[in-house]
Design a protein around this ligand. Structure first.
Ligand code: AVJ
Ligand code: FE
Length: 440
C-alpha cells in the first residue's frame, strides 16, 4: 500500500478491517453464549475475552490515540489488558457479556469508520501509510488465529466447516542447497511491517541445506515408531525434562487408531495422513526429531533467506514467489481450509530454489531465540515485541492455515515458549552443507 493515494489507502484499510471483522464474527457466532464465556483450556482466554480485547485495542490505538476522540469505555481497559490479566484468570473476571461485547466492538468500529473519513495520512509515524490501522487489522487477525486455536481445543461437536485443502500438484521432497553469501533480512519498506521485522540488514550465511517441504506426519510417525520419544539422546536436557513431565508421546490431538493414528481437528477425528505437514508439536519435539534425522532446525536467518532471496537478482522479495500478495494458488492461509495441505499442493508458491510451502500450512519453528534485529527500535509500544525478547521464546516463521495474509509475509515473525503446541506449529529441518556440496 506504499504507493497508494489517500483515497485508495482508505478503501484498502476499510476492506481489511471488514475482512477481519467478518472472520471474528464467524469464529464467535459459531457457538452459543455459554460457550463464548467458557474457558476451553487454561492456555486460552474465553472467546468473549478475545472479542472485547480486539475492540479495546482498536479503541486505545485508533479512537483515542490516532483520533484524539473521547473514550468509549475507559472503565474496561484493565479487564482487557493482556499484561494485567493472566489467561488462566480471565474467565473469573467481570467480562462484558457476549451481547455487550458485540455492541462494544461495533460502536468502536463505527467511530473508526468515522475517523477514516477525515484522517490525513500525515508524516506522523503512527499514521504514515495507515500504519496504526494496519497494526489493528493484524492484531484482530492474530486474535482470530488464537480463537481458531481455542476452537481446536474445544470439546463437543464440530461447529467450523471448510473444504479440504488441495491435493498435491507436484512431487516435492528432499533437500535444497542454499549457496553461501549475504542477503537482506528484515524490511524498511513494507508499510505495515511491525517493529520486530525492522530494520533491513545484511546477513552473511555459509552454505546450508534446507528441506524442500515441512516434515510430514509420515516422517514424524517413523520418529515415533523408532522410539524417538523414549531416547534422551535426541532431546536437549530441558526438552527431555519436559518430555517426561508432560508425558509427551505424540503430537497434541493424536491418538492411536488400530495400527495407525488418528487426530482430532475441530471436533472431528480423521486418520493421520502421511503426506500432510505435522502440526501441534512443540519446539522440543521439533528439535528432537531433527537430531534423530541427523539434522537440526534452521536458524531464523536460514529460513528467511530460503523464503526471500532471489538468486537471479540477489534481492530479498516479500514472499517465496515474488512480491505479489498471496492468492489461493500460492499458499494455504486464512482459514480457507482447516488443516495443513499435503506436500506438493502449492507449486506456485515455491521459492526460486525450489523450497515449498514456506508460507501457510504450519508455523515453522526455528532454532533462534526471539530478539530485535540489529538497530531495533520499539514502535509504537514496547509491549508488542520488546518485552518478549530473550531466551524464553523461540521464533516461528511462515504462518499457518489459520493465519490471514494480512498477518503473514516473508519478514513476519511469530514467537512462543518452547513447550507450546496448542498453536498450529510444525517445522522443517536444515543442516550445514558438506564441503563437496557447497563447491560451485
Ligand atoms: C505475535 C502471536 C505472539 O498472540 O501473543 C496479540 C500477537 N500481540 N496481541 C500473541 C499479539 C498482542 C502475539 N503473537
Ligand atoms: Fe492482543
Amino acid at each position: 500500500s506504499h504507493a497508494l493515494g489517500a483515497e485508495q489507502l482508505r478503501d484498502h484499510i476499510a476492506a481489511e478491517l471488514d475482512r477481519a471483522r467478518a472472520r471474528t464474527a464467524l469464529l464467535t457466532d459459531a457457538v452459543d453464549d455459554a460457550d463464548l464465556m467458557r474457558q476451553h483450556s487454561p492456555l486460552m482466554s474465553p472467546l468473549v475475552w478475545d472479542l472485547a480485547h480486539v475492540g479495546n485495542q482498536e479503541e486505545l490505538w485508533l479512537v483515542r490515540d490516532v483520533g484524539g476522540r473521547d473514550p468509549v469505555r475507559q472503565d474496561i481497559d484493565d479487564l482487557y489488558d493482556a499484561f494485567k490479566q493472566p489467561r488462566k484468570d480471565r474467565p473469573a473476571l467481570p467480562l462484558l457479556r457476549p451481547g455487550e461485547a458485540r455492541t462494544y466492538v461495533g460502536t468502536v468500529r463505527d467511530k473508526v469508520y468515522d475517523l477514516l473519513d477525515t484522517i490525513r495520512f500525515s508524516e506522523r509515524p503512527l499514521v504514515a501509510d495507515g500504519f496504526a490501522f494496519g497494526m489493528i487489522v493484524q492484531h484482530e487477525q492474530q486474535h482470530d488465529e488464537t480463537m481458531l486455536a481455542t476452537h481446536q481445543l474445544r470439546s463437543g461437536a464440530a461447529v467450523l466447516h471448510a473444504p479440504p485443502p488441495p491435493e498435491p500438484r507436484a512431487a516435492v521432497g528432499g533437500e535444497v542447497l542454499v549457496p553461501a553469501g549475504p542477503f537482506t533480512m528484515g524490511t524498511d519498506t513494507d508499510p505495515w511491517a511491525l517493529d520486530n521485522e525492522r530494520p533491513a540488514h545484511r546477513v552473511d550465511l555459509p552454505a546450508y541445506v534446507i528441506d524442500a517441504a515441512p516434515v510430514t506426519n509420515g516422517d514424524y510417525r517413523r520418529f515415533i515408531a523408532e522410539g524417538g520419544y523414549d531416547d534422551p539422546r535426541w532431546w536437549s536436557t530441558q526438552g527431555w525434562a519436559h518430555r517426561v513431565d508432560a508425558d509427551l508421546t505424540a503430537p497434541m490431538h493424536w491418538r492411536r487408531d488400530g495400527d495407525g493414528w488418528a487426530y482430532r481437528r475441530f471436533g472431528r477425528w480423521a486418520p493421520v495422513r502421511d503426506d500432510e505437514p505435522v502440526v501441534h508439536v512443540c519446539w522440543h519435539e521439533a528439535q528432537a526429531y531433527a537430531a534423530w534425522a541427523g539434522k537440526r532446525l534452521p536458524t531464523e536467518a536460514e529460513w528467511e533467506k530460503a523464503a526471500r532471496w532471489d538468486p537471479a537478482t540477489g534481492r530479498s522479495r516479500r514472499y517465496p514467489w515474488g512480491d505479489d500478495d498471496p492468492t489461493a494458488d500460492h499458499a494455504n492461509l486464512g482459514q480457507r481450509h482447516l488443516w495443513p495441505a499435503p506436500v506438493g499442493a502449492y507449486p506456485a508458491g515455491a521459492s526460486p530454489l525450489g523450497v515449498h510451502q514456506l508460507i501457510g500450512d504450519v508455523w515453522e519453528w526455528t532454532s533462534t531465540a526471539f530478539r530485535g534485529h540489529p538497530g531495533f527500535t520499539a514502535f509504537p509500544y514496547r509491549e508488542y515485541s520488546e518485552v518478549f525478547f530473550g531466551d524464553d521464546h523461540r521464533v516461528l516463521r511462515g504462518g499457518s492455515f489459520g493465519t490471514d495474509r494480512a498477518a503473514c509475509r516473508g519478514t513476519f515473525r511469530n514467537w512462543d515458549y518452547s513447550i507450546r503446541r496448542q498453536i498450529f506449529s510444525g517445522f522443517r529441518c536444515a543442516r550445514d552443507a558438506r564441503p563437496e556440496e557447497s563447491r560451485p
